[in-house]
Design a protein around this ligand. Structure first.
Ligand SMILES: [Zn+2]
Length: 413
């Protein structure tokens, strides 16, 4: 296995500790030494001169849709599986090219896209982030992802979500996805502004349906995320033990109390990139003014809600639902800027959330998302200082080196 010594860098180790000048030694897939000043160099190890750049943990995307093809929902539904798999593979490379070395999938648009991609990445046959694989979102009739309409040929199967009404249908869907090899499950517990007949403030999934999903998920050791915009949907998710809460847009005081009480076991991700881009670019890309307005209204709520979450010590992670025409693949790091500009997080807080806490959501705390002896060597070398200008992470040319599992994916110069 290859050994590398990375010199002449300022190290942001992911914990929030101030960046320091030092060196890092990588042996095989792991970091073996992190030193302030010169490290002891294994004889003959190749040296990567960081030229004064910032060495940081690889970024983690907490709301990834590698199979979303930069199309809106109806067009996703109509994409044939052959094209869809190739697009998914290309998106995985794009994500790694952007310095994201891990992805927590927030759903795959067809049942096996994530599962097959993950297998190929782990075998080293295609480049991509470390992936926790998900299946199609489980929704209910009229919920987010039910793209059917009564006057059209009824296409319940081809939608990018699975429509599962009632606990038995939910159990069967979860069992099927477990059989196919997913790590994660996604439940669309609330509606959504503009993309489902039930709005964002409506809780569409019943307690019985959520309980049925959790019952099988526990049997099969699947981790569960929920699309939860309404306050009641967050409460229901927490009551049933859902671990990852997406959006939480309309969280009220009672919801914030419940999230705070569960803060050691739950993660929240607002998925800002998608909402922000719908508000900013939706109309220009053919969406209705109503849709853009709904997104803008949600952003306003997010600003207040997430400021309060930050103060309460709730883990809030970047990860923005990228994969739509408004927020295409390759623009993931926009979320980091939005954390600073919209939510009032400091750059350091944002990067801790995107690295150390990202390692936690990936289920490998202390091993992923940190630059520390013994941690996996997922590293990014940035030409510049993202702690003073977080927007530079959106510029791929500034990512001089990207390493995953100790292997160089990119090394410029
Ligand atoms: Zn999503």
């Amino acid at each position: 296995m290859a050994t590398h010594v990375i010199t002449n860098v300022r190290i942001f180790d992911g914990t929030g500790r101030e960046a320091f000048a030092g060196e890092v030694v990588v042996d095989g897939t792991r970091i073996t030494a992190v030193t302030a000043g010169a490290a002891q160099r294994p004889a003959g190890a190749p040296v990567i001169d960081g030229q004064g750049g910032t060495l940081m943990p690889g970024l983690v995307e907490a709301h990834a849709h590698l199979s979303f093809p930069d199309l809106f929902s109806d067009a996703i539904t109509r994409l044939p599986v052959e094209e869809h798999m190739l697009i998914t593979v290309r998106n995985a490379k794009t994500m790694l090219d952007c310095g994201y070395t891990s992805a927590f999938s927030a759903a795959s648009a067809k049942p096996r896209l994530d599962v097959v991609l993950k297998r190929e990445i782990e075998a080293g046959r295609v480049p991509g982030p470390r992936l926790l694989a998900n299946g199609p979102e489980l929704t209910v009739t009229g919920g987010l992802g039910d793209t059917n309409a009564m006057h059209l040929p009824y296409d319940v199967e081809p939608t990018f979500c699975w429509i599962t009404d009632g606990p038995d249908a939910v159990r069967k869907a979860v069992r099927t996805l477990a059989r196919e090899g997913v790590d994660l499950l996604k439940l669309n517990i609330s509606g959504d502004g503009g993309t489902s007949s039930a709005g964002a403030d409506v809780t569409v999934m019943t307690d019985e349906e959520i309980a049925a999903a959790m019952e099988i998920a526990r049997q099969r050791h699947l981790r569960v995320a929920g699309h939860c915009r309404s306050a009641d949907s967050v409460m229901a998710a927490l009551a049933h033990g859902v671990e990852v809460i997406y959006h939480a847009t309309y969280a009220d005081e009672r919801t914030l109390d419940a999230l705070e009480a569960a803060r050691d076991r739950v993660f929240v991700a607002p998925a800002l990139g998608h909402t922000w881009s719908l508000a900013e670019r939706g109309v220009g890309l053919g969406l209705s003014q109503k849709r853009a307005d709904a997104a803008a209204a949600e952003l306003d709520h997010c600003r207040d809600t997430y400021g309060l979450m930050r103060k309460r010590g709730i883990r809030v992670l970047p990860g923005g639902d990228y994969g739509f025409p408004t927020s295409p693949h390759g623009t993931y790091a926009k979320d980091l800027e939005l954390f600073v500009d919209l939510l009032g997080f400091s750059a350091t807080e944002t990067l801790v959330a995107a690295t150390k806490q990202g390692g936690e959501i990936m289920g490998r705390p202390g091993e992923l998302g940190v630059v520390a002896p013994g941690a996996l060597a997922d590293l990014v070398l940035v030409d510049g200082d993202p702690l003073t200008d977080i927007a530079i992470l959106q510029d791929r040319a500034k990512l001089r080196m990207i390493m995953k599992d100790g292997a160089l994916h990119k090394h410029a110069g």
